[in-house]
Design a protein around this ligand. Structure first.
Ligand code: HAM
Length: 428
């Protein structure tokens, strides 16, 4: 006999199994509920797009586009990529559907898988999941940034994420940033010999990314570099100051972090990240910022934009480290029938109970009563409904409560009433 090679999930991808999936669903449901109270609505986007959309939005020289995208040729030779993030797709959809004509700000949220070919480790996957929100429109008022951050922190608080820390920064605009980048480049050239290979390369390609470096030997050098906060133009400085007032007004705790530059090219002005407990080195549970030029860059009308994306995998990990478990209602009734004569009644009553909202297990084939009781126990059922020939003849069913083995007889309508009353006490 030839041995069959077992097929496993691809490196960096994973299955999310019950009971964990319940925690995922609950978190995503909480996000929908919170976002909808802030006037956001769901947008469902394609999982793959033209490669050019990401190259133009995120930047061809970024790690995400340069090294991490899953890109392939379609059968018509066009280049398509699995989405590494969804802000670019939201901006494309905004233009494609003429959403600039909609009244007020357009507030959208999305959730789903993203794909980046990174080195897998705890909290870092090649298929990971984001819950994101974007606001597009004509205004760049700092109150919009602050409200987005308020909504984010309200969600994190509501789900009980521990030790969250919000870091904010402003990276300036197309007027002031290039001057700062040039100044930074000159300073970095002076200390080039003391930097690692990656940072040396970034002096020419993208000096801002040097500020992101985690290399211990570079930290004291970076601390001495000029800070963008001292080089913002008047409008950006004012925008950032007002944002901070707005955050205080809303009682949102934050820390300023001048080194927070983010790895995607579309950002202007406000950038932010949130970290949480229990995650080790991959502790950013959310990243985001303002991207005022993006829609125009993609061929749309001049439009302001800001948003964020939460890494759902990391939020769930952090919640689980904090021992977050959901008490699931579980299986309510196990229907045990005796032989082919009682089976049609069992099918009917299982449907009636399910219609009333109970979780029901109905045996698909005949089983000895004792064995089926054992199975009901192992499945964690709260009740076994016994359907024997006497029950079918009398129309009264025997319900056995597994916790104390107490048995009672009911007609089917009385049975539902009883279960509903009992359920109220036990969370069914
Ligand atoms: P990002 O910082 O690249 O931003 O990703 C946001 C979050 O997604 C991260 O903070 C992290 O929690 C999660 N994440 C990223 N890569 C991985 C990975 N390989 N495995 C697990 N989780 C990951 C964006 O994607 C922007 N589109 C956010 C945004 C929206 N900016 C404006 N609007």
């Amino acid at each position: 006999m030839t041995e069959k090679k077992q097929i496993r999930a691809i490196k960096g991808t994973r299955d999310i199994l019950p009971p964990d999936s319940a925690l995922w669903n609950w978190f995503e449901r909480s996000a929908r509920e919170v976002f909808e109270t802030y006037g956001f609505r769901d947008i469902r986007l394609p999982i793959f797009e033209q490669t050019d959309l990401f190259a133009r939005s995120i930047g061809a020289d970024t790690d995400v586009v340069g090294k991490e995208m899953y890109t392939f040729e379609d059968r018509d030779d066009s280049s398509i990529s699995l989405r590494p993030e969804a802000t670019a797709s939201v901006a494309r959809a905004y233009i494609e559907h003429g959403m600039h004509t909609l009244p007020g700000n357009v507030k959208l949220y999305y959730m789903g898988p993203m794909f980046r070919r990174e080195r897998p480790q705890k909290g870092r996957y090649r298929q990971f999941y984001q819950v994101g929100a974007e606001i597009l429109g004509q205004s760049d008022a700092p109150a919009i940034d602050a409200e987005a951050l308020e909504m984010l922190m309200v969600l994190f608080e509501r789900v009980g994420l521990a030790q969250t820390k919000l870091y904010v920064n402003s990276i300036g605009c197309k007027d002031c940033r290039p001057k700062y980048v040039e100044l930074l480049r000159e300073e970095l050239r002076n200390v080039k010999d003391k930097l690692g290979a990656d940072s040396q390369r970034r002096i020419e390609t993208n000096p801002l990314r040097v500020l992101d470096s985690k290399l211990p030997e570079e930290q004291s050098i970076i601390e001495e570099l000029p800070r963008i906060s001292d080089h913002l133009c008047e409008a950006c400085r004012q925008h950032f100051a007002t944002l901070q007032q707005e955050l205080s007004l809303r009682g949102i705790a934050y820390e300023q972090n001048w080194r927070l530059v983010r790895g995607l090219d579309y950002y202007t002005r406000t950038t932010f990240e949130v970290t949480a407990a229990g995650l080790g080195s991959q502790n950013a549970v959310c990243g985001g910022g303002r991207y005022d030029g993006l829609v125009e860059l993609l061929g749309g009308h001049p439009t302001k934009g800001i948003g964020f994306a939460i890494g759902t995998d990391r939020v769930i990990l952090s919640l689980q480290e904090g021992e977050k478990r959901l008490s699931m209602p579980g299986l309510a009734v196990f229907v045990a029938w005796m032989n082919s004569a009682t089976y049609p009644t069992a099918v009917k009553i299982a449907r009636t109970l399910r219609d009333a909202g109970f979780s029901v297990e109905l045996l698909p084939e005949e089983m000895k009563f004792k064995k089926s009781l054992g199975l009901a126990d192992r499945l964690g059922a709260r009740y076994v409904l016994i359907i024997g020939e006497d029950e079918v003849a009398s129309g009264n069913f025997t319900l056995k409560r597994l916790s104390d083995r107490e048995q009672k007889k009911f007609s089917d309508s009385a049975l539902i009433e009883y279960l509903q009353l009992e359920g109220r006490g036990s969370g069914a």
